[in-house]
Unconditional design. Structure first.
Ligand SMILES: *[C@@H]1O[C@H](CO)[C@@H](O)[C@H](O)[C@H]1NC(C)=O
Ligand SMILES: [Zn+2]
Ligand SMILES: [Zn+2]
Length: 330
């Protein structure tokens, strides 16, 4: 019907104009609000839906639990998780467990998350372990991360993202032998690092940017804007040796992986130049947004007073007024 988030208002308009709202349209609109982080709004829609006599099904609960997960509402999450079977006769499936794991992970409750996986009546998939892996990354628990990665490798040995994430975590704490070990594992599987890229659309054309990309026809303007924005948000170390001023993961940056010219920033600058004020700048990215870019994007939305939406491999980040809809967890 309408695409996943990005343009929430348009989705809402279409939904409101629907003469007959069926289960699919309810599920979709709840999911649209969920992925943008409007948790309590989803709960309101859910009561409306039930009051209008619709029986929610498994998909409805995926939307609701995703809403809880994205907005970090742990108690509400348990409430829905327990109620789905009890009140609506819907058995929790693997996706519902996935949402609960995201929620527990976000709350930093890694042990509880691990227990939930072990208690599951279903066979855990690599997506399930992946949820524990991202939580471990977020809370910098490398022991739990290694455990989760190990399970993922045994199920899904060519999961590039998982190798990269684990290697990054080891690099952050300077465990270079472990970095090498993971890289070798990757090589043994015949895998290469995926290079990150960001897409932005303008006038029906898609513009593609890679990290440190200078190949775009309008690169000059893009870098100019990036330079101006960097100064505005106090990242004035662009041309100097200021790399050391940047926080964690210094080791990675020192190895020529500075986030300052990451693809998402280049695509954002291009979007800010081309897309009319008042319209959302919508960017798609093939890999997870890094923490540095996430915090920069928030500040860019604040200083430019523009709305920027970045869909990464996992969620949509809706940046506005210096904040992100994901609540800084993704
Ligand atoms: C829920 O119902 C909708 C509409 O009938 C259907 O498209 C969807 O596949 C259902 N989901 C599940 C998990 O049964
Ligand atoms: Zn980045
Ligand atoms: Zn975010």
């Amino acid at each position: 019907m309408y695409s996943k988030c990005g343009d929430l208002e348009a989705a809402r308009e279409v939904f409101d104009r629907l003469e007959l709202k069926d289960l699919v349209s309810w599920n979709t609109i709840i999911m649209a609000y969920a992925i943008c982080g409007f948790g309590s709004y989803c709960f309101g829609l859910f009561s409306d839906m039930v009051n209008e006599g619709h029986e929610p099904n498994g998909s409805t609960f995926v939307s609701l639990l995703s809403a809880c997960s994205i907005a970090g509402l742990l108690d509400d999450g348990w409430e829905f998780f327990n109620s789905m079977k009890r009140d609506y006769g819907v058995d929790p499936g693997i996706e519902h467990y996935g949402c609960m794991l995201d929620l527990l992970g976000r709350a930093g409750n890694l042990e509880r998350a691990k227990c939930l996986i072990e208690e599951m009546p279903l066979e855990p998939t690599s997506r399930i372990w992946g949820s524990l892996l991202s939580a471990s990354r977020h809370h910098r628990d490398i022991t739990m991360a290694a455990l989760a990665a190990d399970r993922i490798f045994s199920l899904d040995s060519d999961n590039t993202g998982c190798y990269v994430l684990l290697a990054d975590m080891y690099a952050e704490v300077g465990r270079w032998e472990d970095v090498q070990r993971v890289r070798n594992l990757m090589k043994k599987q015949g895998l290469k690092m995926t290079s990150s890229c960001s897409l932005v659309e303008h006038n029906g054309r898609t513009h593609n940017f890679k990290n440190h990309d200078k190949s775009h026809g309008e690169s000059y303007a893009v870098y100019e804007v990036l330079d101006i924005l960097s100064r505005m948000i106090g990242e004035d170390n662009l041309h100097s040796s200021g790399v050391s001023k940047l926080k964690p993961a210094v080791s990675l940056k020192a190895r020529g992986n500075s986030p300052v010219f990451h693809s998402v920033r280049l695509a954002t600058c291009f979007g800010l130049i081309k897309i009319a004020r008042g319209e959302t700048v919508l960017i798609r990215k093939n890999v997870r947004l890094c923490e540095d870019c996430h915090s920069t994007m928030k500040r860019i939305s604040l200083v430019t007073k523009r709305e920027i939406v970045v869909g990464d491999s996992k969620v949509f980040h809706h940046f506005k007024d210096g904040r992100c809809s994901c609540g800084d967890y993704w």
